[in-house]
Design a protein around this ligand. Structure first.
Ligand code: ADP
Ligand code: MG
Ligand code: ZN
Length: 614
């Protein structure tokens, strides 16, 4: 933009100068030896008959002498030549013998004197515009560029990320290795008439490394990698999504072989015609354009489109058709050994104390995503720095787990003595019930220090990675929820608001057991209600009722039965082990937190045996 303006101005100036030069050279006399004369000399020469010719050009008088010499002088302004010379004592009859030629003023001067006065304002205005425009340009450039995608290019050799930087995810790597191989040796595949994969969709929960994996593919293949987030297609102006899409694809094609990565494609790729936003909107046009572009690839175009999403369920089926994103690579949450690997990768350039055992950290973090583990290591480093240590120790890593899980501790929240007591008994109730039930997850920590939203917390973690939960486990979980409630009830004969969240979670769980998981005795393997996720809120908000009111009544009764069963189980445990409850609560009031080992010792001391919910 700016270069163009400068160029235009330069061209204008050059044209102007060349016009001037042209006219001036046309009429410029050849250069000759010209001596400066005074008017006196000239007058004397005329009187002595030595002047053969005189030319007057404006004020300039050019005299040619008989001996061939030439001289030049100026006459007085506003007087005629004859008058001037007469004033210098030239006899009129001498002057009349000499041929006198009167010429127009020099053409250079003539043109300049005509053009300059009119050109100067134009030039000044031009410069003024240029300056103001240059200032406004920075702000306005986005306006002029709005049809362009702000696509980012990662050159594969700078900050190169390879598969070695991505822990675990073996199956995904294997699948993507094929893509890499294709980009490296396309000929091998084309010679066999193989269809080149067009689009690969990376699926997985948030933070499992989809973006990271895409960059690793580019790094492995050593090809240009264009990165754009789908939401940027539709960012600022309405109606630019389609042209940005075109631009992004065109850019990638020009650089082929290359990878075009569309992150968070669900932002534009949602099922068309679904949801609340009206049918024919910006998103839809952008999505249509993506489909058109992917269909428009020539057979041997070496551009592979990678896309990532954590909501494959809401994607438009047209995107998943053969020839588009027909390959799907699933990135799962990491299992135990993968978690250890991820921790190792992120601890690589951080000083760890000799006592650090990342395996133990991995054991305590089931369900953590790669991003959460990366965050965990970072939090541990921050904690260690805050404590003035120069190495990260195991304790910081453990603390970081809780910070990532529950939010930062809020030690500043001041509890009154009574509140502290209630919280202590409440948490002791959770912990005790958990310790007594066979199908409950082991207790890792009990604390009455406020964290995030919670007043206190009992941290239970499954002892291994679990993908399925059973009915017995659900019942145990619900009983543990009621443990806090029962402990308050039995100890103080009163209930506080601190239990409300537990109750809510427990009743939601009970309802799901009946209507979704087929875990009630009465209905057995039946599910009720059809939940539909409304796209824009991304949450379950409507449940279509596909059963009669009579069934609804029965469902409510079943839910209540489950709740009563787990509540009574919790209550029975608390009543029977009141002594243990009191011991745990007192310890909590004194120390505020009980760690896993200490808690297990208490359980051993009171010889607690695990039982099943009857
Ligand atoms: P997603 O795109 O799936 O939401 P990202 O790729 O942005 O997740 O991951 C966020 C960060 O988490 C990465 O930058 C990386 O530091 C870390 N991470 C996630 N998965 C892994 C993994 N498998 N190995 C190493 N680091 C990981
Ligand atoms: Mg991402
Ligand atoms: Zn509670």
């Amino acid at each position: 933009m700016r270069n163009k303006i400068v160029k235009n101005i330069l061209v204008a100036v050059l044209i102007f100068i060349s016009i001037l030069l042209f006219f001036s050279t046309l009429s410029l006399p050849q250069k000759e030896e010209v001596a400066k004369l005074t008017l006196n000399d000239l007058a004397k020469g005329i009187n002595e008959n030595r002047v053969s010719r005189i030319v007057v050009e404006g004020e300039i008088i050019k005299a040619t002498f008989i001996d061939g010499k030439k001289g030049e002088t100026k006459k007085e302004v506003e007087t005629s030549l004859s008058e001037t010379l007469r004033n210098f004592g030239v006899a009129p009859e001498k002057l009349s013998q000499i041929p006198i030629e009167i010429k127009e003023e020099s053409s250079l001067k003539f043109w300049a004197s005509i053009l300059l006065p009119s050109l100067i304002p134009v030039i000044i205005i031009g410069i003024f515009f240029w300056l103001t425009f240059r200032q406004a340009r920075s702000g306005a450039s986005q306006v002029f560029n709005f049809g362009k995608s702000n696509i980012r290019l990662f050159t594969p050799f700078k900050d190169r990320i390879t598969f070695a930087d991505v822990a675990g995810l073996k199956e995904a790597k294997q699948e993507l290795m094929e893509i890499v191989d294709f980009l490296k040796n396309p000929k091998k595949y084309l010679d066999l008439g193989a269809q080149i994969p067009r689009g690969v969709l990376l699926l997985g929960p948030p933070g499992t490394g989809k973006t990271l994996m895409a960059r690793a593919v580019a790094g492995e293949a050593g090809v240009p990698f264009f990165h754009i987030s789908a939401s940027e297609f539709v960012e600022m102006f309405v109606g630019v999504g389609a042209s940005r899409t075109r631009d992004a694809f065109a850019t990638a094609k020009r650089a082929a072989p290359s990878i075009l990565f569309i992150d968070e494609i669900d932002a534009v790729g949602r099922e068309r015609g679904a949801g609340l936003g009206g049918g024919h909107d910006e998103r839809e046009q952008t999505l249509n354009q993506i489909l058109v572009e992917m269909d428009g690839f020539e057979k041997d175009a070496q551009v592979i489109v990678l896309a990532a999403t954590n909501r494959p369920d809401i994607l438009d089926p047209a995107l998943l058709r053969p020839g588009r994103f027909d390959r799907r690579v699933v990135l799962d949450l990491p299992d135990l050994s993968d978690r250890e690997e991820i921790l190792k990768i992120h601890a690589r350039n951080k000083p760890l104390a000799a006592n650090v055992d990342l395996r133990q950290v991995a054991i305590r973090t089931p369900g953590f995503s790669g991003a959460e583990l990366a965050n965990l290591v970072n939090e541990a480093a921050i904690l260690a720095a805050r404590k003035g240590k120069n190495k990260i120790e195991q304790i910081e890593l453990y603390e970081a787990i809780e910070k990532v899980l529950l939010g930062p501790e809020r030690r500043s929240r001041v509890l009154s003595k009574k509140e502290k007591e209630i919280t202590a008994y409440h948490e002791a109730g959770h912990a005790l019930v958990a310790a007594c039930l066979k199908h409950a997850d082991p207790v890792h920590k009990v604390s009455i220090i406020a964290r995030g939203q919670a007043g206190g917390y009992t941290l239970k973690l499954p002892s291994e990675d679990i993908y399925l939960r059973t009915r017995k486990q659900f019942l145990a979980d619900m009983a543990i929820m009621f443990g806090g409630y029962s402990a308050e009830e039995i100890t103080f004969g009163d209930i506080s608001t601190g239990a409300s969240n537990d109750l809510q979670v427990a009743s939601e769980m009970a309802r799901k057991l009946v209507t979704k998981y087929g875990m009630s005795e009465k209905f057995g393997p039946l599910t009720f209600g059809k939940t539909q996720e409304l796209i824009f809120l991304g949450k379950e908000i409507t449940t279509e009722k596909n059963y009669s009111d009579a069934i609804a009544y029965e469902i409510d009764k079943e839910v209540e039965k489950l709740i009563q069963r787990s509540y009574q189980a919790a209550k029975k445990i608390i009543q029977k082990k009141k002594g243990v409850l009191e011991f745990i609560a007192k310890t909590l009031i004194e120390k505020e937190t009980i760690e896993k080992d200490e808690f297990e010792e208490i359980i051993k001391k009171f010889k607690i045996k695990k039982e099943e919910i009857s």
